[in-house]
Design a protein around this ligand. Structure first.
Ligand code: ZN
Ligand code: ZN
Length: 200
């Protein structure tokens, strides 16, 4: 049978998708900075003033595992100090994954997420996600070719085909990215990866 319940072989990192580079221009940040300015309090966005001078936007390397990344040149302590002083952040680079050219809504969502970091929302807190959703809501899975593609790659890329319950022996095929919390048959939280065959 080869069943080895209890042995966790789910890789921690999803396999990167193959993304081709793009000749498209990176999106213009200025219209988004203007919209951000309309909905925030200036005290929330210490790095917004003069940001256009420091900000660079690039497509990321096509092997990047991230949809978007914001990199400040200064270290976090120095950034904190600047924020308290109301001083500019210094150079900041936003990288967007070229896979996003296939998906305008997800591109906008990712770009706004990163721009909000750049203007001073450096944490992933409630305010950061509320503003992202307000300015550029995430597309639903059914409206997003890229999310669908990433999701199927994550499922296929992790070599787990199904799950087996360590309590009742119930086996079921994998349909979600993450491991289910409970067995759908006996509701016990004893779900393990299963790579054997399925009856029926
Ligand atoms: Zn983020
Ligand atoms: Zn069970």
């Amino acid at each position: 049978m080869g069943d080895e319940p209890g042995k966790d072989r789910v890789p921690v990192h999803p396999v990167p998708v193959e993304v081709s580079a793009t000749d498209d221009q990176v999106p213009d940040f200025q219209p988004w900075l203007d919209r951000i300015k309309e909905v925030v309090d200036p005290s929330e966005t210490p790095f917004l003033t003069g940001l256009s001078r420091w900000l660079e936007v690039k497509w990321s390397n096509s092997k990047s595992e991230f949809l978007g990344v914001t990199r400040f040149e200064l270290n976090p302590n120095e950034l904190m100090r600047r924020r308290r002083m109301g001083a500019p952040s210094g150079p900041v680079l936003i990288e967007l994954n070229p896979i996003l050219v296939e998906d305008q809504a997800l591109l906008n969502h990712t770009f706004v997420h990163e721009l909000l970091h750049a203007v001073g929302f450096t944490e992933h807190d409630v305010r950061h996600s509320e503003l992202t959703e307000r300015l550029a809501p995430a597309p639903s899975l059914s409206n997003s070719p890229v999310l669908q593609r990433l999701r199927s790659v994550v499922i296929v890329g992790q070599d787990v085909q199904g799950w087996i319950c360590g309590n009742c022996g119930n086996k079921w095929k994998r349909s979600t990215v993450s491991r289910p919390k409970r067995c759908p048959n006996c509701a016990r939280a004893d779900v393990n990866p299963y790579d054997g065959s399925f009856k029926g």
